[in-house]
Each structure stands twice: as structure tokens, then as C-alpha cells.
Design a binder for this molecule. Structure first.
Ligand code: AMP
Ligand code: MG
Length: 295
């Protein structure tokens, strides 16, 4: 039987090679065929269990790695999605890396350097909380960030964003060609819901630490970010590493969608436990016989 979620997930995929407009093409409030958080809770719990099993097989097989990239505006739910995804998996096989403002050492390197160092090893799931995509988002919206990057002046021309898109596409092709499967989720939060979540952060002392004046500054640039996001999604959704735009106004749905996508991606790899050769089997049997002879 076809899983209705499959069609929902397909509708989130940004078609490679096509221009995209978040405003026109993606509804932040969408919840698929689920009508409430309660109804989705069981599916999410089941999904987390299935994910744990798939992760174990990924780990045992030790050939593929999975890289989950999460992008999205402040308060889109990146951290809470990671918490949920992580809740069932074996921590030995997962690595989460958050990318903030680059350090002086990082600025002294090419822009893919710091993320490359954190790529997951075979058998593992790597989660990037923000990524090299900030290099065509925040850096594009804030020209002073580009000024801080130690690039030769001749390379800071108008074609830099196009070049970065093609660098990223080539880099991701290289990764997938080496068994590193990439899943890219853009958490699509509405401007109104961001405001609500910011106010909640201010009012709730347990959440206030998450809120800063910088968040307000970035919010004022909402329109500029949207333009940069549309351009990024349109140019870097590829056959080998497509973008999925995940509705983010309902956190419970965001989590469910990301977990479902992870399951679908891992299922598509045909993972299996490594088989033991007859020779290895014989050695194991001998070892057992030896143990049996112990007093
Ligand atoms: P947070 O995710 O709340 O910890 O914030 C991290 C901050 O680092 C965000 O404001 C990002 O825009 C910023 N950031 C991440 N990557 C870069 C980058 N490559 N260049 C400049 N700022 C960045
Ligand atoms: Mg923040």
C-alpha cells in the first residue's frame, strides 16, 4: 500500500533546474494529511523506532554515510528537530555540528574547509545545524561578512554567488559519488510565526537565553533573506542532492516530515547487515567449541 506521506514529501522537493519562490510554491502551515499534533504523535514515535533500526544497519554495513543539512531562519525549529531525530538513535553513530559566525582561523581558509572537517564517516549520520549554505545566505545579505573573508579583491565580484552555487553543486556531487548521501531540509517558517516564537522566547525565562538582539536585526532583513533563499534553493537543488522545503509553522509536523524523509532516504539505500563468509562461520563455530571445552 502506498504511504500517503510519500506524496506529501514529494511535494516538498524543489525540482532541480527550476526557479522557486517560497512565497508562491510552499505553504509554511501545511501539515500533510495530519489534522493534529495528537494524531501525528503515534506516527512520529513509530518513525523514530524505524529510524533507529535503519541507523543500526547503516552503522553495521559501514559503506554509506548520511549527511542531513538543516537550514532555515531563526526560530524555525532546527534545534528541536535535531533533538527529536536524535531521541531514538545510537549516539555512537551520529554527529551533530552547529555552524555559527566563522572564527578567525576559519576565515583564513576556503569556505568549505570548516564543514568538510565535520563530514560524517561511513556508517554514520552527520547533522549540520546550518552549513556552507550560510555562505550564500547570511554572507550575501551582509556584504560586510564577505569583506571579512580574506579573498583576493578580484574574486569578490558580482559573479561570486553563481560561482558558489556551482562550487557547492560540484562538491555535493563529489560527496554523493563517494557514498555520502545528502539530505537537505529548508525549514520554511512564516514571518508571523517567527514573531510569535520570538515573543515566547522573551516572555518565557527558560527560553530567553535563545533570544538576542541580533535576531531582531536579522528579522528586519526578512525580505532580503527570502530573495537569497529563493535563489539558493533554485540553484542548488540537484538530482544528486535535492532540497526539501519543510513547512515549519507547526513544529510537530516539521519533526515528522524530517524523520520520514530520513527513513525514506535510508530505505532507498537497501541497507543490510554484512554477511559472514563460510570460512568466518567455521572460525566462529570453532571458537564456540573452544568455549564449550572450558571448565
Ligand atoms: P545560531 O544558529 O542562533 O547559533 O546563530 C548562528 C549565527 O551564525 C547565525 O546568525 C548565522 O547567520 C551565523 N553564521 C553561520 N554561518 C555563517 C557564515 N558562514 N558567515 C557568517 N555568519 C554565519
Ligand atoms: Mg539564534
Amino acid at each position: 500500500m502506498e504511504d500517503p506521506m510519500d506524496r506529501v514529501l514529494d511535494s516538498f522537493k524543489v525540482p532541480p533546474g527550476k526557479a522557486v519562490s517560497l512565497r508562491r510554491d510552499h505553504d509554511p502551515g501545511h501539515t500533510g494529511h495530519f489534522t493534529s499534533k495528537e494524531k501525528a504523535a503515534k506516527t512520529l514515535a513509530e518513525g523514530i523506532g524505524i529510524l533507529a533500526d535503519l541507523q543500526y544497519r547503516l552503522y553495521a554495513q559501514n559503506t554509506y554515510a548520511l549527511l542531513l543539512i538543516l537550514q532555515g531562519p531563526d526560530a524555525a525549529g532546527k534545534d528541536s528537530t535535531i533533538r527529536h531525530v536524535m531521541s531514538g538513535v545510537n549516539p555512537q553513530g551520529v554527529q551533530v555540528t552547529s555552524f555559527g559566525v566563522p572564527s578567525a582561523e576559519e576565515l583564513d581558509h576556503d569556505y568549505l574547509w570548516r564543514t568538510s572537517k565535520e563530514l560524517p564517516r561511513r556508517g554514520n549520520i552527520g547533522i549540520f545545524n546550518r552549513s556552507y549554505y550560510e555562505e550564500v545566505l547570511v554572507v550575501r545579505v551582509h556584504p560586510e561578512d564577505l569583506d571579512r573573508e580574506q579573498l583576493p579583491a578580484s574574486l569578490k565580484d558580482d559573479s561570486i554567488w553563481e560561482r558558489r552555487f556551482s562550487d557547492i553543486n560540484a562538491f555535493e556531487k563529489y560527496l554523493t559519488g563517494n557514498g555520502i548521501v545528502i539530505l537537505k531540509c529548508f525549514l520554511n517558517l512564516s514571518c508571523g510565526e517567527q514573531k510569535k516564537r520570538f515573543l515566547e522566547r522573551v516572555e518565557n525565562p527558560e527560553k530567553s537565553w535563545k533570544f538576542s538582539e541580533a535576531d531582531i536585526r536579522e528579522r528586519k532583513l526578512w525580505g532580503e533573506y527570502r530573495v537569497a533563499c529563493d535563489d539558493m534553493l533554485g540553484h542548488t537543488s540537484t538530482e544528486w542532492a535535492p532540497w526539501y522545503v519543510i513547512p515549519a509553522d507547526h513544529k510537530w509536523f516539521t519533526r515528522l516530515a524530517v524523520v520520514s524523509l530520513l527513513i525514506r532516504t535510508l530505505n532507498g539505500l537497501g541497507l543490510h547487515y554484512p554477511e559472514i563468509s563460510p570460512e568466518e562461520r567455521r572460525t566462529l563455530n570453532e571458537a564456540i567449541e573452544e568455549m564449550d571445552r572450558e571448565e
